[in-house]
Design a protein around this ligand. Structure first.
Ligand code: AMP
Length: 194
């Protein structure tokens, strides 16, 4: 199963995607974490990504695609993975579809964690990550609206989008995630039987 999580910073994507990966027994791939790792190691990709990340901008599609597709090639991703923070633009989504199609695979689903702006700001101001200062957070929210929000139509048109209400406790949200994934599983086995 290949599942992508979409949601603005503060929606709970990180927590929920880690839990889902553990639950399904597949790797959790966070492009934010991979990029932060590359920045710490001062690798070529890390050096190129640092400025964009520090200012709350998105890193260029080609750099992110390079890092994520080389990770997806690893054997532990063969039976699926949970993608957290990728794709974040329509060209990245097209690149992922293309990558999967070349391997005879399809995306199982795109899960949107939907949270009100008020709750996002409240969560982000109590999180305290290094790229969470107020200006950077606002820029990341703007980038989400401008570049990532169009993905919802992209996946909606392909009928793989599932919207999950992201308010409430982590356990409450996770039981919604489990419900949606169970439905995805049963509809994909019905399709296979046809
Ligand atoms: P995250 O941990 O997912 O919130 O990502 C932290 C930062 O990494 C973002 O603000 C972007 O600068 C960068 N980043 C992560 N994933 C992507 C992506 N798919 N495309 C472009 N930039 C990304």
């Amino acid at each position: 199963m290949q599942i992508v999580f979409i949601g603005p910073p503060g929606a709970g994507k990180g927590t929920q995607s880690v839990r889902l990966a553990e639950y399904l027994g597949v790797p959790h791939l966070s492009t934010g974490e991979m990029l932060r790792g590359a920045c710490r190691q001062k690798s070529e990709i890390g050096i190129k990504a640092t400025e964009a990340m520090e200012s709350g901008q998105l890193v260029s599609d080609d750099l992110v695609e390079e890092i994520v597709f080389s990770r997806l090639e690893k054997p532990d991703c063969e039976s699926g993975c949970i993608l957290d923070g990728f794709p974040r633009t329509v060209p990245q989504a097209e690149a992922l579809d293309h990558w999967l199609a070349k391997r005879g695979q399809l995306l199982s689903g795109a899960l949107e964690l939907r949270v009100s702006k008020e709750l996002l700001v409240e969560r982000l101001s109590s999180r305290g990550r290094e790229d969470d200062d107020q200006g950077t957070v606002l820029e990341r929210l703007r980038q989400y609206d401008k570049l990532t929000h169009p993905l919802l139509d992209y996946y909606g048109n392909r009928q793989v989008l599932q919207v999950i209400e992201g308010s409430g406790t982590q356990d409450e949200v996770f039981s919604r995630v489990q419900g949606v994934v169970a439905e995805m599983n049963s509809s994909s086995s019905e399709q296979a039987e046809k």
